[in-house]
Design a protein. Structure first.
Length: 189
């Protein structure tokens, strides 16, 4: 989406060079259009019942990824921080209450003119009940052991890798560190 009018003050935007690139700018309030960005997050949820580890996957019932098996997750709303957004997305898609253990991955790519970032968290199951499926978002849901991941049809390769990473997890990754008066930062450790 290209802005014609300033989203902050409503004045018509003009073109000007900013940081070596031509960008849409507002001469009234000095807004600069730095482009389109999206932030998504996925959660790896491991179940350890009866000594066997399994990972939660959902089969998507709408785009993006229609009919693919993936780890649960989705887009973070513009007015929420990622730590809240991933918990909300998992609750909406699965009915489960979770909390973040660690950040375990990050990817970034350009897709159809927007800069798309995706952050992957290892999550701890703390409550809730799996949703009835199918529903508007989810065609199917279940926990899968490592050997089942090898033969599961329509499992996205990214989610296969992340699910195996979660099943093999032994305490590495990133952790959230609170900084007084500022958003948390994610550090390795």
């Amino acid at each position: 989406m290209m802005w014609t009018f300033c989203p902050e003050c409503g004045q018509r935007l003009t073109k000007a060079e900013v940081d070596g690139r031509v960008r849409s700018v507002c001469s009234s309030c000095h807004f600069i259009d730095f482009g389109l960005y999206s932030l998504g997050a996925g959660g790896i949820i491991i179940n350890e019942d009866n000594g066997e580890r399994s990972v939660l996957l959902i089969q998507r019932n709408r785009s993006p990824g229609l009919h693919l098996w993936t780890i649960p997750g989705g887009y973070i709303d513009h007015d929420e921080i990622i730590e809240h957004g991933i918990v909300r997305e998992i609750r909406e898609e699965t009915g489960l209450e979770t909390e973040i253990i660690r950040m375990v991955g990050y990817r970034n790519h350009l897709e159809r003119g927007k800069n798309d970032s995706y952050v992957i968290f290892l999550m701890r199951l703390v409550g809730g009940h799996l949703v009835e499926t199918p529903n508007e978002e989810i065609a199917a849901i279940g926990f899968f052991a490592a050997d089942e991941l090898e033969t599961l049809d329509n499992l996205s390769e990214t989610s296969r890798y992340l699910a195996m990473l979660g099943l093999d997890y032994r305490g590495q990754g990133f952790t959230s560190v609170p900084i007084a008066g500022r958003p948390n930062i994610w550090v390795e450790g």
